[in-house]
Write a protein that binds this ligand. Structure first.
Ligand code: SF4
Ligand code: SF4
Ligand code: FES
Length: 249
């Protein structure tokens, strides 16, 4: 009986200035294979489908269970997580490309640090003094917990930014993930002490007004964050904050 195989086409680029080339790989099919396990096999034996020795494909991964957010790439043209993309669910040849909206490092690895800079800009954290034991934190009402928990599932994968028509150099838009984290930390009983600063950070160029509400983000999010709801809620809060700031002048 002929061995069942899996075909891949992978976009290779040795560095940001090198020309991009496509390489074909063929692996033996195994039950439960996903894109990351296939990339691991290619790294262990980097030989193309036509028998040519090549370099191991560079890609990022860590948790292998859709928690760390590092393995986002374009799989058959769609931004998604390699570790949770089962081979049996994908049309072949499976085409792997790096995310297109972020600076390329090599092959399938990109530099997603813009998201972390955006999160810093909006102070996406709960400010606490960690030098002494603060005891247990303030209690949250169950309904507030229910609203916050889905937002806390963000894995910083940047899929929502990759698919957003407004996330580009011209707008400098922060993207849906950052806005969702503003809502999460503004809802937090201790985090809300920085609420005004977070909303002010979203009110200028590249802020929330850049969103065209195309809703691509919510469809692409692997963790099903309620992104468009968060954008609506934070948009309203940004307007209220602007009015408050105007009245204070
Ligand atoms: S709603 Fe559209 S424009 Fe706004 S963040 Fe999502 S994809 Fe981007
Ligand atoms: S909001 Fe969703 S798509 Fe965007 S970074 Fe977080 S987990 Fe990824
Ligand atoms: S390896 Fe962590 S999300 Fe895929």
């Amino acid at each position: 009986m002929a061995t069942k195989t899996v075909q891949f086409e992978i976009k290779r680029q040795a560095n940001p200035d090198a020309p991009a080339v496509w390489e074909r790989f063929e692996l033996e099919w195994r039950p439960g294979m996903n894109v990351t396990t296939a990339l691991m096999e290619i790294a262990a034996n980097p030989v193309t489908a036509d028998g040519r020795q090549t370099t191991p494909v560079t890609y990022e991964s860590n948790c292998l269970e859709e928690v760390c957010g590092s393995c986002a790439m374009r799989i058959n043209g769609k931004a998604r997580m390699a570790c949770s993309s089962l081979i049996d669910d994908l049309e072949q040849p499976i085409r792997l490309e790096p995310l297109s909206k972020f600076p390329l490092v090599r092959d399938l690895q990109v530099d997603r640090s813009v998201l972390f800079e955006n999160l810093k800009a909006v102070k996406a954290w709960v400010p606490i003094d960690g030098t002494y034991d603060l005891g247990s934190g303030p209690r949250m009402l169950p309904q507030d917990q229910e609203e916050s928990y889905p937002l806390s599932r963000c894995i910083s994968c940047t899929c929502c930014m990759e698919v957003c028509p407004q996330f580009n150099e011209a707008t400098g838009f922060v993207g849906a993930a950052t806005i969702a984290q503003v809502k999460l930390f503004n809802n937090h009983p201790t985090g809300k002490v920085l609420k005004a600063e977070r909303l002010q950070a979203l009110s200028g160029d590249g802020g929330i007004q850049e969103c065209g509400y195309a809703q691509n983000c919510v469809e692409a999010c692997p963790k099903q964050l309620p992104l468009t709801n968060a954008i609506s809620d934070v948009g309203r809060d940004v307007i209220v904050q602007k009015v408050r700031d105007l009245l204070r002048k």
